[in-house]
Ligand binder design. Structure first.
Ligand code: ADP
Ligand code: TYD
Length: 200
């Protein structure tokens, strides 16, 4: 079972994935909790590229290098419940937003989807958690005004791209503006249904 959590910064992905992993383990399930960028040296290089604000192509290709290895690991662990905090849809949305200035969004997405195709591994379930970008940023950053404004504008576009591709990749869209407890319960119930083989 391969379950993915997606959404802009501060939607609660990590908190929810961690808690779900623990609860499922307590129930006796074998869980593999993982994230992108990964904790490997390739993942560290990816983080460095983000910090140094490398261009969209550089970042995208580094994310794909990290993922090409990660996909193999997920495949090996598929007997367990794999909970993955960010996956390729982050690249479509974030690097899509970065690259669209240069090539237009449809061309950027087409290129990103083509790079992904040879390593493609479809999840069983993808939760897209949405949030008002200002609210999401407030939850995690304490930065100065200008940086914050630029980040909000960027994340607005990232979230729009997530919504643009939501149908194509069958995202289960979850409203993340609510109390954490309510969001968590909704997701937990859906995951339990999926594990039982019912349609969430
Ligand atoms: P993400 O992984 O999506 O960036 P995190 O899970 O790291 O988000 O959460 C970022 C911060 O926001 C954490 O301090 C977390 O406790 C808080 N948080 C997450 N979801 C909510 C929520 N629905 N309401 C209020 N605070 C939240
Ligand atoms: P992460 O550490 O998961 O941040 P967060 O706690 O906000 O979820 O990811 C680091 C940053 O990398 C985050 O801003 C999203 C970005 N990212 C991409 O731009 N493309 C990708 O493919 C992935 C996986 C992440």
């Amino acid at each position: 079972m391969f379950i993915v959590f997606e959404g802009i910064d501060g939607t609660g992905k990590s908190t929810i994935a961690r808690r779900l992993a623990k609860e499922l383990e307590d129930e006796g399930f074998e869980v593999f909790l993982t994230q992108e960028p990964t904790k490997t040296w390739i993942g560290k290089d990816v983080r460095r590229a983000i910090e140094e604000e490398k261009n969209g192509y550089t970042q995208a290709l580094l994310f794909f290098a990290d993922r090409a290895e990660h996909v193999k690991e997920i495949e090996r662990k598929k007997e367990k419940i794999v909970l993955c905090d960010r996956y390729v849809y982050s690249t479509f949305a974030y690097q899509g937003a970065q690259l669209e200035k240069e090539t237009g969004i449809e061309n950027a997405l087409q290129w990103l989807e083509r790079v992904y195709e040879p390593m493609r591994l479809d999840p069983d379930l993808v939760f897209l958690i949405t949030v008002d970008p200002e609210k999401g940023i407030k939850r995690i950053y304490g930065r100065e005004k200008k940086e914050k404004f630029e980040r909000v504008e960027f994340l607005k576009r990232v979230q729009e791209i997530y919504m643009l591709i939501a149908e194509r990749y069958h995202f289960d869209v979850i409203d993340g503006n609510r109390e954490l407890e309510e969001i968590y319960e909704e997701i937990r119930k859906k995951v339990e249904k999926k594990i039982k083989g019912e349609n969430p």
